[in-house]
Design a protein around this ligand. Sequence first.
Ligand SMILES: [Zn+2]
Length: 643
Amino acid sequence: MDLSVKPGDDFYTYASGNWIKNNPVPAKETRWGSFNVLREFNIQAVRNILTESAKNTSAVPGSVEKRVGDFYAAAMDSAAIDKLGYKPIKNDLKKASKVKTHQQVLDQMAEMRVNGVASPLFGFWVGQDRKNPNVMIPQLSQGGTTLPDRDFYLKNDARSTKIQEAYKSYIVKLFTLTGEKEAKAKKHAETIFNLEKKLAEAQMSRVEMRDPHKTYNKFAVASLSKTTSNIDWKSLMAKMKVTGEDTILVNNPKFFTEINTLLTQTPVSDWQTYLQWNVLKSAAPYLSKPFTDANFAYSQVLSGQKVQTPRWQRMSQLTDGTIGELLGQLYVKKHFQPAAKARMDEMIANLIKAYEIRIKNLDWMSPATKEKALAKLHAFTPKVAYPSKWKNYDGLEIKRESFYQNLRNASVWGYNDMVSQLGKPVDRTRWGMTPATVNAYYSPVMNEIVFPAGILQFPFFDPNADDAVNYGGIGAVIGHEISHGFDDSGSQYDKDGTLRNWWTPEDLSRFKEKASALEKQFNEYTVLDTLKVNGKFTLGENIGDLGGLNAAYEAFKMTKQGQSKEMIDGFTPDQRFFLSWAQVWRTNILPETAAQLIVTDPHSPGEYRTIGTPVNMDAWYEAFNVKPGDKLYKKPEDRIRIW
Ligand SMILES: [Zn+2]
């Protein structure tokens, strides 16, 4: 803490100032805060599991330990990987360079997708139909670009131009590493950038993409081909292993009419280059050192990271991202205690109860809408720590000798697993995060809140800490995920996860008015020189925090400590609650990363998450004696109360 600062002037520095000063971003990282400290601790734990599994030569063939150990051992065998150079993708590059017609371009794209090579031109996935969430449906999305956002292609300020140049150099570098002459590689870079720029121009902004109605466009597979006459979706889908589906969801139809035009207007030779690039960029992080170095040099310009993340860490993360539910079985055995689950279950129940009280007391909502909101609240499914049914990746071949083949096999397995869900009942036991993940989520179509074992650790959660610390930490996280069910996007889904309005028009307009006040509050926050927080883009997360911290506080007040005045270390229970919240969000961040996240990350920066919610809570003013004249002071009538 920095007690020389008045909490009412700068609560962030008051709560975390000395930590911020003494904990700069490590050279191998792009930001450093509570999340990262726990992630670092966690990835070390994962590394130990992986190293031991890889060393255990007596592990039974086919066992979880053997498969996980083999995957990691192969991934860490940099000598073998370096020796291969780009050999693992030679054949894919050759195929991409052989396409002769526009139809073959499309066919090759489908082949690359089902073989786990790359996902060029557009996004494709299988998920619940949000207007009929008991049904799985194929879904098409805008895509095909490489830079983190369309803005990076379309803007011409110094920062964007620098990134564009770095991207082109990266393209040149990878092509020359495969033996291409520099002059030709430079031409390729222009071709690829210009093609991707056209795709970027057809893409919707991230703010538009948050609108669940605008992005819901259902087509009969046959009639989609009418608006995109160069693409026979029925046959393309069949090549992508999707048969027997009559309908398809498209998030941005305009994007698809645009690629339809682009497809035939662009010479086949350019598509060859584009396809080759997709092979290259997807494989680069997993090939020999010159490729991984080039990949890091490019990412450095985007993130500002000084030193490449060590191989063990990259490969530990990759193992988690590839076979996370195998690794997860070993992880929870070692790092998760059943007692923690019992405590979490109790806290979730208390948060739901607190939320119920708050909904009933809302002064701006009619009884009719309240009834629907309560029904939704009571329909939430909480998931804690790890899946009740493990995904065992049956049939996925993992060999100690072949890192790249393992990855390819895993991609193919994942693709088949995804399309195999079509035509079957929705599997509600699935998880969208792995057990070792330090994060949590809400799914509107499942109406579920999910907390992997990875986040159930200090500073979010500590079974030995007092309630103030736990409610200000994981309690607020639980509240945040619940609130996503009631944010500007989640509130458009009903208790069954169906995208269907349950609000009276008056209540909805009052909700929008409150949301827009919060949007304005966050629009004022400066991140870096002229860059400000995008209040509209971060609105869902900010409503999540506002609803979440209020509900966590309400739940905390039901505990014994919440009702007492007993000080610990010189702080009252309420002060400890808000300090816990603040210290969860303390973060140092590199300016390059801050500039990138302002465009791509729907969460507000840690500093503003710390203060953005408490300044709207009377309890915070009372806890720290914040008075008119203090810099963060808001008049009671200006404080925003939503949930
Ligand atoms: Zn969130």
